[in-house]
Design a protein around this ligand. Structure first.
Ligand code: MN
Ligand code: MN
Length: 470
């Protein structure tokens, strides 16, 4: 089953289209560095293609018909897009799914402290990270601060050319003799993963002299709070109801002399989310047989939990509304709609890395520039926790992909018993639908910067389009 690099087979017009798609993909990565930013970007792009918010459309009492395009947003962090087909929804949908949360470092609820002349935000990391990778690189702060008056302040610092950035410091190598003997899991502890945010105390002139003497030891904190107050009208207590995420600063870049790859933060799993979205929005002017759905969800990296994770019922609720509006208000028909659906549950695959060849079994590894990856199963230690896709369904997908001349590969996540991972596939499989794990291979998954192949981005969009049309 050995295949050649896709680059050898592309004509000039393929490469042009590939660069167009990847340019758009990189822009989306830059605009969507948190699940909230991704969700609002998805809504903006969907509205440009004629999508309307489902619940407000229903309120207006209009009759929904084939070709109608509707979206649902769950708490600003997850989005489901639907494009109604000619057939009843209860006959099943073609669903593309992916997640829009990525590993990162979150700011704690009581974050602000100062120590020995520096001001810090205390943090708690989100998702599986190698903690040492997140030190000594420029970091940006993205998120929201929700205030008691009901307003929400958006924060994004570290992305514009003249913005400041932040850093998590590491011990200089000269003094790191002891640190360097530690295991990688202990080199940097979670509690030490704090963000350096200031070094300049509030000056005497800005406060009455006497009072400031007492406060001297908190002058660094006071200065940060003053800046937050001035720029965002935020008090320290407002940080209690904030969601501030620390992510690598800067834009997605081409990788390599040949510019064949992309290096960027958050490609797990936005590489699958945005390619699924592009394929979905490309269908906007078609009238299809089946209802199409693109489901982009939060919280996968911490187990798909919470009201915005895949285990939440928000998606099922939206389907129930659609079935009620287009067929009848019947739980049985909702169940049929879900059970009769077919899904590509897309998440990144572990791209084969020659420098760490030992972790992979080459015949069943995903290679960059070898196309859309299908994983029959994921999980770990004997497929535990995986959705093991049905052979019959896989055969159907092979036919769909081959007929559309989409390049694809089958792989699993590393050597048996070396590790493993999960996705949202098993959750959707609970409805009894056909689901398979698919997606794009990336290298250094969960590192601050992940590497992918432009060819795979291109094939992913082509593959998802073929699936939606099937
Ligand atoms: Mn993922
Ligand atoms: Mn992940």
């Amino acid at each position: 089953m050995k295949k050649d690099s896709l680059w050898l087979g592309y004509r000039d017009e393929d490469k042009q289209e590939l660069e167009r798609v990847c340019g758009l993909y990189k822009k989306c990565l830059d605009e969507g560095k948190t699940e909230r930013e991704c969700a609002s970007l998805v809504v903006k792009m969907a509205e440009e293609k004629g999508y309307r918010e489902l619940y407000s459309a229903l309120k207006q009492g209009e009759r929904l018909k084939a070709g109608d395009k509707l979206y649902v947003v769950q708490m600003n962090k997850s989005v489901a897009l639907f494009q109604l087909g000619k057939k009843p929804i209860s006959e099943g949908m073609n669903i593309l799914g992916a997640h829009i949360d990525s590993p990162r470092i979150d700011v704690k609820q009581n974050p602000l402290y100062e120590k020995d002349g520096f001001a810090y935000f205390d943090t708690h990391y989100y998702g599986g990270i190698k903690k040492y990778q997140w030190t000594a690189i420029p970091l940006a702060l993205h998120g929201v601060v929700a205030k008691k008056d009901g307003t929400t302040v958006n924060v994004c610092i570290g992305e514009k050319d003249d913005d400041p950035v932040f850093v998590i410091t590491d011990l200089l190598v000269h003094l790191a003799g002891e640190q360097m003997t530690k295991k990688a899991t202990e080199v940097v502890t979670g509690e030490n993963l704090d963000l350096l945010i200031g070094n300049c105390p509030l000056s005497d002139e800005t406060e009455e002299g006497e009072e400031n003497k007492d406060k001297e030891k908190d002058a660094l904190k006071a200065n940060v709070l003053k800046l937050l107050k001035d720029s965002y009208d935020i008090e320290e207590e407002d940080l209690l109801s904030a969601e501030l995420e620390i992510v690598p600063a800067g834009k997605a870049k081409d990788l390599g002399f040949d510019r064949s790859m992309i290096l960027a933060y958050g490609q797990d799993d936005r590489i699958c989310a945005f390619t699924s979205l592009f394929a979905m929005l490309d269908m906007a002017s078609d009238i299809t047989e089946n209802t199409l759905c693109c489901l982009l969800v939060d919280k996968e990296e911490i187990g798909s939990v919470g009201a915005t994770g895949m285990q939440s019922r928000f998606f099922e609720n939206a389907v129930a509304e659609l079935v009620a509006a287009t067929e009848e208000d019947s739980q049985r028909l909702v169940r049929r709609a879900l059970a009769n659906s077919r899904m590509l549950s897309s998440d990144v695959s572990a791209g084969y890395d020659p420098l760490y060849a030992n972790a992979f079994e080459k015949n069943n590894a995903a290679f960059l520039a070898h196309g859309l990856t299908f994983n029959k199963y994921t999980g770990s230690r004997g497929k535990s926790g995986s959705n093991d896709a049905n052979a019959e369904y896989i055969a159907q997908l092979r036919k769909v992909m081959d007929e559309a001349d989409v390049k694809y590969q089958f792989a699993e996540l590393g050597k048996v018993d070396v590790g493993g991972g999960g996705t949202i596939a098993y959750i959707m499989a609970k409805y009894g639908m056909n689901v398979i794990d698919s997606g794009v291979a990336v290298m250094n998954m969960h590192a601050p910067y992940e590497a992918s192949s432009k060819a795979d981005v291109y094939e992913a969009v082509r593959g998802y389009s073929a699936f939606l049309r099937s």
